[in-house]
Design a binder for this molecule. Structure first.
Ligand code: ZN
Ligand code: ZN
Length: 435
């Protein structure tokens, strides 16, 4: 039989029929996936409730979930939120386990909805999209105008293609200080500018003599360095502060704590301060930036800085090699410490093979004995409290059980929400006590 004849015998499905078939299968799979997510949330709830995750080395339940299940932070956040409030939202979580609600829907509810709103949102979620749920939760009537103070200090940063925008919020008292400082720096810059460019230049940056990039355009048409703006003043302030810091601590990366170390007793204490626990002593000694005074029988016998300090070059090599915290599942890149695998006080050298970058959290966890880090650096083994090696691998593997038997997912209605007719959730006053 030729292939053309076979093609002719295959019943031809219309586009419409094929789409319907795809959607039918998708409904089935979505429901199964929801139900599986429900089982995952239930397990994570158990792990959270009983604190089973404490020995894993993870910083948060969300971090643990992202690591072990190979999920994005956002998805892991939904799992962790739903697990955290598992008992508080029985109807929503049951609907998830039965495949009727999705993890994202329940995650949004668990993350933001008010207490006692399980019934309200279980109803709404059966017809609403994640976006609609978010909106509904945002218009929730809050129990009482919370006297929570407004965020008085905040710092945020938005990185664009060519520029970065900072947004800083401080109380007005602090703002006055910032204004005064900026004003003073700008004045100094303007004085410099006038000295270099003559005093006949305009001093109004808004004047049309400035082109789009802020360069001062002389009437002859050529451009000169721009007249100092507040942004320049700010950058100058940062530079000056930075220079002062470097001058103050030429070798320091972030601290110049002085530690006394009794070489016989292995005891340490902070200069003019308290005795250190073994873990804190090791942590400080490891993190190279403190100054160590070695003592024997109460006499200072030397300063141990030279062998501990990590040169800029070594630090760069270390950053190039490790990039992030070396503890599997962490990936943190901020404020990394250089840890001596064989501890410095045990004779571990300050060399690349004996150093790894770890985040402050894991560094503390290690020196407190919660995780072990064994080298050399190129054959690193990190184990948790129970001695199991930590890996970056997710837990996923082919299933050995059939998928949950649940009906197909019907999903949200997909209708335009009529917010004017919507009654937001309002917490009910607690019932009067029986006595
Ligand atoms: Zn260390
Ligand atoms: Zn870490």
């Amino acid at each position: 039989m030729s292939s053309t004849a076979a093609d002719a015998e295959t019943p031809v499905m219309s586009q419409r029929e094929r789409m319907d078939a795809c959607f039918a299968r998708l409904e089935e799979l979505s429901a199964q996936r929801n139900a599986i997510d429900g089982q995952i949330v239930a397990l994570v709830a158990e792990v959270t409730r009983d604190g089973l995750w404490a020995g894993t080395g993870a910083k948060t339940v969300k971090g643990l979930v992202a690591w072990k299940l190979g999920m994005s932070d956002a998805t892991a956040g939904s799992v962790a939120a739903a697990a955290q409030r598992y008992d508080e939202f029985p109807r929503c979580t049951t609907a998830l386990c039965e495949g009727r609600l999705s993890l994202d829907q329940v995650g949004v509810i668990a993350a933001h909805a008010g207490a006692g709103s399980d019934d309200h949102y279980a109803e709404l979620a059966s017809v609403a999209t994640v976006r609609q749920l978010r909106k509904a939760i945002s218009v929730e009537i809050k129990p009482e105008p919370d006297k929570e103070p407004q965020e008085q200090y905040s710092f945020s940063k938005t990185v664009g293609e060519h520029t970065t925008t900072y947004r800083i919020t401080v109380p007005n008292v602090e703002a006055a200080k910032v204004d005064a400082a900026l004003g003073s720096y700008r004045e100094a810059l303007i004085n410099d500018y006038r000295r270099d460019h003559g005093s006949d230049t305009v001093d109004d940056p808004e004047s049309p003599s400035f082109d789009a990039s802020g360069l001062y355009v002389r009437q002859t048409g050529h451009t000169e360095p721009r007249f100092p703006t507040l942004t320049d003043a700010f950058l100058q302030m940062v530079q000056t502060a930075w220079d002062a810091e470097v001058a103050r601590r030429p070798h320091g990366q972030h601290t110049t704590v002085i530690v006394h170390l009794d070489v016989d007793k292995r005891a340490g204490w902070v200069h003019a301060g308290p005795a250190l626990s073994d873990a804190d002593r090791q942590l400080l000694l490891c993190d190279s930036d403190c100054e160590v005074w070695l003592e024997q029988r109460g006499q200072v016998i030397g300063a141990g800085r030279a062998t501990r300090v990590i040169s800029r070059r070594l630090r760069r090599a270390l950053e190039y090699r490790d990039r992030a915290c070396v503890v599997p599942g962490c990936g943190s890149t901020r404020g990394l410490h250089a840890h001596h695998i064989v501890h410095w006080e045990d004779g571990g050298p300050t060399e690349l093979w004996n150093l790894v970058l770890v985040c402050p959290h894991h560094h503390r966890e290690h020196h407190r004995g919660r995780i072990t880090i064994t080298g050399p650096a190129d054959r690193l083994v990190v184990t948790d409290e129970s001695g199991r090696a930590l890996t970056n691998k997710s837990l996923a593997r082919p299933p050995t059980e059939p998928p949950p038997a649940v009906g197909p997912w019907r999903g949200p209605l997909g209708e335009r929400a009529q917010w004017r007719c919507y009654t937001p959730f309002e917490p009910q006053p607690p019932p009067p006590s029986p006595n």
